[in-house]
Design a protein around this ligand. Structure first.
Ligand code: PNS
Length: 160
């Protein structure tokens, strides 16, 4: 049986930190499905389509990484896919409370779901999509934080 994990998130936009988590996930899973949350509630820079396409662009040709989107409850989406493993990155103590809350909420909603936390390399500890957007909005260099396709997409959004 294939081991498949769902890596859910906003990915607004995907960063090298996310990519490090995906790579680590692939070291013990057969496939990682990167699932972009199709929200309207949160204030996002990129549309769902744009976020999905950026990730697809990065992993084109890699058949162990699939890109998808979901709306509604994460546990319902996993259930529909017949998958019970959620992959999440955990950077620092500050991530912990939110992530812990999410695990407990998801478990209350569906007791079969398990969340696997992976810690990115320490060079990626400070990267977050919010930091990347802030730097890019001030026309700073984000090329060490995100892959080239994302650099270009940010430049287009912020006209620089
Ligand atoms: O990258 P993010 O914003 O930290 O990702 C959060 C995400 C999308 C994984 C989380 O908000 C989520 O699962 N949303 C779907 C709605 C849901 O299932 N909520 C209940 C669990 S908290």
């Amino acid at each position: 049986m294939k081991r498949i994990a769902i890596y859910p998130g906003s990915f607004d936009p995907i960063t090298k930190g996310h990519m490090d988590v995906i790579e680590r996930g692939l070291s013990f899973m057969d496939k990682v499905i990167v699932s972009v949350a199709d929200y309207s509630r949160k204030h996002l820079l990129f549309t769902t389509e744009e976020r999905v396409n950026l990730i697809k662009n990065i992993y084109r040709g890699n058949d162990r990484v699939e890109v998808d989107k979901f709306d509604g409850l994460l546990v319902d989406y996993l259930d529909k896919k017949g998958i019970n493993i959620i992959l999440r990155g955990l950077r620092a103590v500050s991530d912990f409370e939110y992530e812990f809350q999410m695990v407990l909420a998801n478990r209350k909603l569906n007791s079969k779901m398990e969340t696997v936390f992976l810690t990115p390399g320490e060079e990626y500890f400070f990267i977050s999509s919010s930091i990347v957007k802030e730097i890019a909005s001030l026309k700073g260099d984000v090329s060490r934080l995100v892959p080239e396709v994302v650099v270009q997409a940010l430049r287009k959004k912020f006209n620089y």
